[in-house]
Design a protein around this ligand. Structure first.
Ligand code: HAS
Length: 555
């Protein structure tokens, strides 16, 4: 039987053909970052009240491009590309059939992305990234989004096949940690995206084609948020993969506990899905008991993040002390602060402390009344996804891209990467800080400045809108810097070998129990929790607002 140590040594490189597939995804991700980031800059300038969009371009058009490209396209493509590389590195080269499935999925997704993006650019789909009804888009936009989801399932299928193949060859053994994490991440995505697929296929497409003249708004929002909350953990888990598995290797340490990492991922699978109502706490039509239940489940999904914080602190402290760090915090100085592969994701981790605290505030039922639909929420998700997750993705790109292209990160690029992260931190602190403060003062999110520019209280918000514009402009400089580094790593960096770092588990860690990988148990609990949290309220929505009803839920 192969030991965990031997397993890690089995595969050390991503196969070149798998690397091409991973890179194709990553190219799309960074193109989305450029266009989406440019739209972000335009938005903060408009909100400052000092700038008007030229050529009749609409504020909501720009906001839709920004949200769809950064929230849905950059994330999904980067994650799928990263996962392909991670599977190939830890479970071995994909078979031709698996790789072909990966390519088919990629092209279906990309066709969908181009179709949806065209409609947004033509101002036929300015419905924001949540595409809430009764805002209506051209049917091609919805079909495009559906293709993105279906394509991603096919790419996911290729990974699941690889994983099953590995387990067949290694019966009775726990799979490589990184592969296991990829499959949890993918299982979460497939289960949650069923919700948005049902919304788009059965509600929005027939409605946008004029086949039905009404849509149940509450049901459509519920299906969206059934998808939308696990979506944010779909973004977070690849960052956690880097923290748990890659960072220990980069700092020269060991993974604190394989079992704890697996447990935390399984808890995410269980608790990230039945919590969508915490985005709908202020909505009528859902009984407060079900909202309360989902608030309790939301607090449960905080636990695996706290386990992660504990595990990361333990990894850092053990390594720092091994290097001679003394006293309570002496070990901190021993960490490799000049290595962008560590320093950049570390800033992401540090940002997650206030970001997570903000999330707990959001979820706290009555406190949600204060912040809901204010720009505080925008501040929250710029700290979570646009700092914690994105900085970790940038940090990962500094070894992943050269590993895939057969190049190396030079000293100058490493330095520039650290400068980029500092620029990002400064820009985000100003922008997200201003959003949090002015959100508490009641400034709405998703609002064109001209819609409240004349209001009395709006004058108090102006300094914060300007601060957002300043922060947003600094962030755009950050985007230019990362794109410069990425282009360098893809096409110009010197040729050479770069490691795909995968950590080994500490000798002192307990053996991983096999039940942590018993999918029958976990998927059964996951489905039971979803049914428990959603069945009664969804039946209630359908029964009390059947098609044709004049109830408030219909448009
Ligand atoms: Fe959230 C809204 C609740 C996490 C993203 N969230 C959003 C939206 C997005 C988003 C995009 O309950 C807006 C959606 C929209 O358009 O309307 N969120 C939470 C909670 C958490 C949380 C409870 N959110 C995230 C993550 C996201 C994300 C992660 C993206 C990746 N969120 C909400 C709620 C709303 C919401 C409500 C709806 C608000 C409304 O009314 O509209 C939790 O998962 C957070 C738990 C996190 C922690 C932090 C642990 C810290 C760690 C770092 C360790 C650091 C180390 C470094 C080791 C408890 C793991 C040490 C460094 C040193 C310097 C010491």
């Amino acid at each position: 039987m192969t030991t965990i140590k031997e397993k890690a040594k089995e595969f050390t490189k991503v196969d070149r053909r798998d690397g091409k597939l991973a890179l194709a995804h990553i190219y799309v991700a960074f193109i989305a970052l450029f266009i989406g980031g440019l739209c972000g800059l335009l938005q903060v300038l408009v909100r400052s009240g000092k700038f008007t969009l030229p050529w009749g371009i609409g504020y909501y058009q720009v906001l839709t491009v920004h949200g769809v490209l950064l929230g849905l396209i950059l994330t999904t493509y980067f994650i799928l590309g990263f996962q392909i590389a991670a599977m190939s590195r830890t479970s071995g080269t994909f078979t031709n059939k698996q790789r072909s499935l990966g390519w088919i999925g990629f092209w279906i997704m990309t066709t969908g992305t181009i179709a949806a993006a065209t409609m947004v650019l033509l101002n036929e789909a300015s419905v924001l990234y949540t595409f809430y009804a009764p805002l209506q888009a051209h049917w091609i936009f919805y079909v495009g989004m559906a293709l993105v989801v279906v394509g991603s399932w096919i790419v996911g299928l290729a990974k699941i096949m690889k994983y099953r193949e590995w387990r067949k060859v290694h019966p009775g053994e726990s799979s490589p940690l990184l592969s296991f994490m990829v499959i949890v991440n993918m299982a979460m995505w497939i289960i949650c995206s069923l919700g948005v697929a049902v919304e788009v296929v059965f509600q929005l497409i027939p409605w946008s084609l004029g086949w039905v003249d009404k849509v149940d708004v509450l049901l459509s929002r519920t299906l969206f948020w059934y998808f939308g909350h696990p979506l944010v953990y779909f973004w977070l888990l690849p960052a956690y993969m880097v923290w748990y598995v890659v960072i220990p290797k980069i700092i020269g340490g060991k993974i604190f506990s394989d079992a704890l990492a697996r447990l935390s991922f399984m808890l995410f699978l269980l608790f990230s899905i039945p919590v969508g109502f915490h985005h709908q706490l202020t909505e009528p039509g859902i009984e407060s008991f079900w909202k309360f239940l989902q608030v309790v489940l939301t607090m449960m999904v905080v636990i695996p993040s706290l386990l992660t914080a504990f595990s990361m602190f333990a990894t850092f402290e053990l390594r720092g002390r091994q290097l001679g760090g003394k006293g309570l915090f002496g070990w901190v100085k021993k960490l490799p602060w000049k290595d962008a592969r560590f320093a950049v994701p570390f800033i992401g981790m540090a940002a997650f402390i206030p970001a997570g605290a903000g999330g707990i505030i959001n979820a706290s039922h009555q406190m949600n009344q204060l912040i809901h639909n204010t720009i505080w929420v925008t501040g929250h998700f710029h700290l979570t996804v646009a700092t914690t997750v994105v900085l970790t993705f940038f940090g990962a790109s500094y070894w992943l891209l050269p590993h895939l292209t057969g190049r190396v990160l030079t000293k100058q690029m490493n330095k520039l990467a650290i400068i980029q992260a500092i620029v990002w931190t400064v820009g985000m602190s100003i922008m997200s800080g201003a959003m949090h403060i002015v959100g508490l003062m009641g400034a709405p999110r998703r609002s064109d400045f001209s819609t409240y520019g004349g209001a009395e209280q709006a004058t108090d918000w102006i300094p914060y809108q300007i601060a957002q514009a300043v922060g947003g402009t600094i962030l755009f400089v950050g985007i230019i810097l990362i794109l410069y580094i990425v282009v360098n790593l893809l096409f110009f960096a010197p040729k050479g070998e770069t490691e795909f770092p995968v950590g080994e588990v500490s000798e002192n860690a307990e053996k991983t129990p096999m039940w942590l990988e018993n999918w029958k148990i976990w998927l059964t609990i996951c489905i039971a929790l979803i049914l428990f949290a959603y069945t009664v309220p969804v039946i209630d929505m359908i029964q009390n607002a059947p098609p044709g009803s004049k109830g408030y839920k219909f448009w």
